[in-house]
Design a protein. Structure first.
Length: 240
């Protein structure tokens, strides 16, 4: 047994399943993968749902898949907040805003192009909108998590190397999450790969650090809330 494999036994808390902590059956991996495939298809094929149902489905499918595969142990990914978790959330939030704004300035000044806006910014941002957003964003975090866990499990089975598996799973997760935004941003691949791919690492880092999905979820909510609130306040119109 390699020294790196020995070290993985002492990592606590650690990512679930990949190192049989706890053990996941093959059917469990297939259920996680099936949920990812279904959500991905629903995005690209633009499945139509009744009002309010879409965000619920987007959240419920990966949540149900995880609970089935984990035999109901939500504690594997939901943990108590620690003081440093909030520090990480604030720091990564600032860094992500700084990164996104910097990319926007470079795009405008160097390449003379404007980003493709998301149509959601034109939505009626009433109470039901915010409730849907809270559900949708938790679904997005679950979607990323399932991709990460499936890839982590498979690569670790092949290599028995934790660091390689975590890095590869992270990169693939960010890529998949970026591609999932293709239809929302008119397939502008440069913008998508940077803003929804690379920049999402700041959010995902919170889960990688804490093994608690609530940390990445909270950062994601705060990240999206700022432009929504600015849109409600008419800030963007003032620059037009």
């Amino acid at each position: 047994m390699s020294s790196e494999k020995n070290q993985t036994k002492t990592v606590d808390p650690d990512f679930p399943f990949y190192n049989e902590n706890p053990k996941i059956e093959t059917w469990g991996i297939l259920i996680l993968a099936a949920a990812v495939i279904y959500i991905t298809l629903s995005i690209f094929l633009e499945f139509q749902y009744p009002r309010y149902v879409g965000p619920i489905v987007f959240c419920a499918v990966p949540l149900a898949a995880f609970l089935i595969a984990a035999r109901g142990r939500m504690s594997l990914i939901v943990k108590k907040f620690k003081a440093m978790d909030f520090v990480c959330i604030v720091v990564t939030l600032i860094l992500q805003f700084a990164f996104t704004l910097s990319i926007g300035v470079i795009r405008t000044l160097v390449f003379h192009t404007e980003p493709t806006p998301n149509s959601i910014m034109d939505a009626d941002m009433d109470a039901s909108f915010w409730l849907q957003i809270l559900v949708q964003l938790f679904g997005e975090e679950l979607y990323k998590l399932l991709i990460f866990l499936v890839i982590l499990i498979l690569i670790y089975k092949l290599t028995q190397k934790r660091t390689l598996s975590v890095v590869a799973a992270t990169v693939i997760t960010l890529l998949c999450f970026a591609l999932a935004h293709a239809t929302s941003y008119d397939f502008k691949w440069g913008q998508i790969l940077i803003n929804q791919g690379v920049a999402t690492f700041f959010c995902m880092y919170n889960y990688l650090k804490s093994k608690n999905i609530l940390t990445s979820y909270l950062q994601h909510v705060l990240l999206d809330a700022v432009p929504f609130i600015m849109a409600m306040a008419g800030v963007f119109e003032s620059f037009q």
